[in-house]
Design a protein around this ligand. Sequence first.
Ligand SMILES: Cc1cc2nc3c(=O)[nH]c(=O)nc-3n(C[C@H](O)[C@H](O)[C@H](O)COP(=O)(O)O)c2cc1C
Ligand SMILES: [Fe+2]
Ligand SMILES: [Fe+2]
Length: 390
Amino acid sequence: MQELRKGLYFVGARDPELKVFDVIVPTDTGTTYNAYLLRGEKTALIETCHDRFAADLEKNIEEICPLSDIDYIIADHTEPDHSGALHTILDANPDVTVYGSAPALKNLKNILNRDLNSVVAKQGGELDLGGFTLKFFSAPNLHWPDSIFTYCEELRCVFTCDFLGCHYCAETDDGLIADDSRYLAELERYYTYIFGPFPAAVKKGLSIIRSLDVSLICPSHGPVLTKGIERVCEVYDRMSEDKTDKDLISVFYVSAYGYTAAMAEALAEGAREAGKNVSVYEITGTEKSVLAKAVQTSGAYMFGSPTLNRDALPPVYDLLNNVSAVLDRNKPALIFGSFGWSGEACGNLAARAAGLGLAVDEELCKVCFKPSEEDLAHLREKGKAFAEKV
Ligand SMILES: Cc1cc2nc3c(=O)[nH]c(=O)nc-3n(C[C@H](O)[C@H](O)[C@H](O)COP(=O)(O)O)c2cc1C
Ligand SMILES: [Fe+2]
Ligand SMILES: [Fe+2]
């Protein structure tokens, strides 16, 4: 427990041992699940924490007041790392009223599987605690449809849940940033995993923050920000810029005997004739980060694989895992590959690409074994026509 401002307490939990969050996010310094108690005439708990740390939350609150004193719980976002311990509070205090967006309250119904008193926290809505007033701002897709920000004017403080947070658990209990470059690296990493798919929502979120008079940012992971707020917003500005170059086409392929490789070069040559900037990548010989960046920045793609044992090869599927079904939606994609007798690779890759929301060219460019001069001429034409449409 820590008093941040008069009447505002940090009651969250530290998890320094955590190595991975949400299955895929590395957390080298662990994380924190921040929750805040705000005491006016009425008492509000802002966020709870991961179920595993419910006892810590309870203990921290009870250093200030009994759980039965809590009048309101504000759920800015309902992912179970912030709502998992809610049932503990409800067990002790079933009369508490939960404030959240309409989607948040719907989520809580399915997360808690029990009845609760609730009020929709509408855009611009307020909750008077007596001495402190909380004001709600809708912030959808930061990073779930349920997200809101809660602002306390008297304290010039905004509670942003995951927004502007990061998995950085300070070495000491005071929550201070001990290693600034590590903190910034974690902030960027958190952004990439959590907010990367939602740049437009991020820009709206930043404009809300900048429209408020703020001296304290209380996110729900990592340090509370009393200074350097604009610096952190600038990281979000930079990272939410649109990185797509509409004139860039990337060609990705693998090839055992060079036949699919020859197809890749012919398609690329044609696309260059159409005036596009074209990069060709043999997937297995290219560093993963280079491939990921190419996927992110390209305006259109070509994917090639020979057929082996009735399918495309795993490196091409792995590469496709870099395509974002949110951000890369509707980017044009052309599928190609050499085959021997059955030729399933192209159809299967096309299905995966379409499943990711790419606009897959209806012509699958398939060649039986080695492309002839005639095949190559057709591929150059096809590459040009595809690029002209991009
Ligand atoms: C282990 C192995 C399995 C193969 N299985 C298939 C197959 O199931 N269907 C097919 O059409 N071709 C199959 N082929 C043939 C290749 O698709 C064909 O050799 C193709 O031209 C290779 O192109 P590349 O030089 O780009 O690798 C197979 C080839 C190998 C080496
Ligand atoms: Fe979240
Ligand atoms: Fe979170």
